[in-house]
Design a protein around this ligand. Structure first.
Ligand SMILES: Cc1cc2nc3c(=O)[nH]c(=O)nc-3n(C[C@H](O)[C@H](O)[C@H](O)COP(=O)(O)OP(=O)(O)OC[C@H]3O[C@@H](n4cnc5c(N)ncnc54)[C@H](O)[C@@H]3O)c2cc1C
Length: 587
């Protein structure tokens, strides 16, 4: 269903069961849950799907080792269960991540940990080997029945430096355990959306749209691209706007009895670094370490580069957050602390990103100690729990990316109870998108799809890595008509056209930042940007002026939010030409 069809449908029949506000991972999760139960649901996202915190995470799918010291045992247990489900339900995007913790002390943190656990102090402190060992033993205990990944092991100083010689020589020993990572969280969000939409015409979703209060308790959906506006009469609203939750709540109520603040977000930034010495120094592991100030930082190999982060700074408005110079310096300083011999030059930072953790409101002066758990509540005003006589608003507060399924399930159960509707479908063991029918034998799968589509096995393998088993549908589409190469060797015109047609792409940044990993991996050149823009313009019948506007919008966004300027993109044209020449000469 395209935008016009969605707005036409609502015009004809404005009554819906649920309007979900926010298309981050949690909004998409509750949308999918409700769609699968046959609930008439409309999701309204102000920007693009998964463009807020759900595009800014550290890309860890984890239990949260450090939440143990805050006493959040049930969150860690739930997160580990969800982590293991994602390893099974989305194996195309979620994989095991060996994680090594360099340890600088033996006994530090024990007294402090106990004091903190008793609520007597919130101050961060160094964590010694005994504390880390205790945490990892709990991790192993919580996963003992499933045991999808190896148990933790400790290494002495000599053996640690033998394997990771670039680590700070001040270490005493190290611990290695297993968690998981997600390669393309934004694409996984799109696949959740598609799973929901495929449940039937009762499930609709629109990006670049807002829910507007038109009179007390009355609402309209406004299309911020085409300007269409249509009244909507939801029985219930779900506020899944993450870091925007209080701002969104304010916009839903007109009277003086505004809801109390629920959120207290903190900003976190990351860098993507292209440095071979750094990649080699990690030897395939994530390094999960404590910076000199006691804050936990991470770095791990990410799609051919290295992801390093992050910061933790209180913010009120998530709208314009970006990685500031001081944050970049902090991250580089933390890197220099853990790997002192690795020198990173500024031009090796190929991308940076920032987002707001949607944490529950808290007065804690140490941001790392704010609880990471999630909960749902119907918003209360001073008068009643209904918005000016309008529908009740269920708010989703907090939540990690890892727990999106269980959080969506929890919110959906609240909704189903209010609507007096039964749950028909469970999602705990339901594969997501290209994780469905995932083959045990990857090579046999590639051979079969190659034979069926006559597309080269290398290209099918690339598509499989990018889309999981959805690659079969994409390969079949590519094979249907003549295809053309693009300035990036891994992509072709038909693939990009299919993404535009089937994944609600409205702007160039949707394609280059979220439907593909071109920008985040530092592989995007100016030539590729223009080639993709030309395809998008042809699909959308854009005028030259609209194309120019779209190009300017994207380049500004890339510079302001991701630290990538036009010169960097042009330089990548040259790098690519040089690479092609070398390949041609050696061939
Ligand atoms: C720096 C950082 C690192 C993190 N690392 C990890 C990690 O490694 N692992 C992990 O599990 N979790 C991690 N998290 C947490 C995780 O990213 C978030 O908890 C999760 O993505 C939140 O999803 P969400 O859908 O609630 O919010 P968001 O993804 O922010 O989505 C909210 C959406 O609501 C939309 N919106 C706002 N206002 C309105 C409105 N009025 N109407 C309609 N739409 C609106 C926004 O545009 C946005 O798309 C991290 C978070 C950050 C910031």
């Amino acid at each position: 269903m395209n935008r016009e069809e969605i707005f036409d449908g609502l015009r004809q029949s404005p009554k819906v069961d649920v309007c979900v506000l926010g298309g981050g991972i949690n909004g998409l999760s509750v949308f999918r849950e409700l769609a699968l139960q046959g609930v008439n649901v409309v999701l309204v996202e102000k920007h693009d799907f998964c463009s807020g915190a759900s595009a800014a995470l550290s890309r860890m799918v984890h239990g949260g080792l450090r939440y143990l010291e805050n006493g959040e045992f049930s969150l860690v247990r739930e997160s580990l269960v969800e982590r293991d489900r994602l390893l099974r339900n989305a194996p195309h995007y979620v994989g095991p991540l060996p994680t090594t913790v360099p340890v600088f002390d033996v006994f530090s943190g024990i007294a402090n940990g106990a004091v903190r656990f008793l609520g007597l102090s919130r101050r961060p402190s160094r964590r010694g080997a005994v504390v880390i060992k205790a945490g990892l033993a709990i991790y192993d205990f919580l996963t003992r029945k499933r045991a999808l990944m190896p148990r933790h092991e400790f290494r002495g100083r000599r053996s640690t430096l033998g394997r990771w010689p670039a680590l700070n020589p001040a270490i005493k020993n190290s611990a290695t355990y297993y968690d998981a990572w997600v390669s393309q969280p934004e694409r996984l969000g799109i696949e959740l959306l598609q799973d929901g939409l495929s449940a039937g015409a009762h499930a609709r979703a629109v990006n670049y749209a807002e829910l507007k209060l038109t009179a007390p308790g009355r609402y309209a959906v406004r299309d911020t691209i085409g300007g269409m506006e249509v009244s909507i009469e939801p029985t219930l609203i779900v506020n899944a706007t993450g870091g925007w939750i209080d701002i969104a709540n304010q916009s839903l109520f007109s009277g003086p009895a505004r809801p109390a603040p629920l959120m207290g977000g903190t900003k976190g930034s990351h860098l993507i670094i292209d440095n071979d010495d750094l990649t080699r120094a990690l030897d395939g592991h994530m390094i999960y370490y404590e910076n000199e100030d006691g804050r936990i930082c991470i770095l791990f190999p990410y799609l051919g580069k290295v992801l390093v982060g992050s910061t933790d700074i209180r913010v009120d408005d998530p709208e314009t957050v970006r990685c500031e110079t001081e944050e970049r310096d902090y991250i580089l300083q933390s890197l220099a602390f853990v790997l002192p011999t690795i020198k990173v030059r500024h031009e090796e930072i190929v991308f940076q990103f920032s987002g707001v953790r949607p944490l529950p409101a808290s007065k804690d002066s140490f941001t790392g100690r704010i609880p990471r758990d999630h909960y749902c509540t119907f918003v209360e005003t001073a008068d009643a729990d209904t918005a000016d006589g309008g529908p009740p608003v269920l708010c989703m507060i907090g939540g990690k990316w890892t727990t999106f399924r269980s959080f969506g399930e929890l919110a959906a159960d609240f909704v189903l109870e209010r609507l007096a509707r039964p749950r028909r479908v469970a999602t705990a063991d339901r594969a997501i998108g290209g994780g469905r029918d995932f083959p045990a034998d990857r090579e046999a799968w590639i051979t079969r799809v190659t034979a069926a589509t006559a597309i080269s096995p290398t290209r099918v393998a690339t598509l499989f890595q990018r889309y999981g088993t959805d690659a079969e549908r994409i390969a079949a589409f590519i094979a249907l008509a003549p295809d053309m190469p693009l300035p990036h060797p891994g992509y072709s015109t038909r693939e990009i056209q299919l993404l535009i047609r089937s994944e609600k792409v409205e702007h160039l940044d949707d394609l280059l930042l979220r439907r593909t990993t071109l920008a985040i991996t530092g592989e995007l050149s100016l030539e590729m940007t223009d080639a993709v823009l030309a395809l998008l313009a042809a699909e959308k019948h854009w005028s030259a002026a609209r194309q120019a506007q779209e190009r300017a919008r994207f380049l500004t966004l890339l510079l302001e939010r991701h630290g990538v300027d036009e010169d960097m993109l042009s330089a990548r044209n040259e790098q690519r030409s040089a690479l092609c020449e070398t390949t041609a000469r050696s061939g």
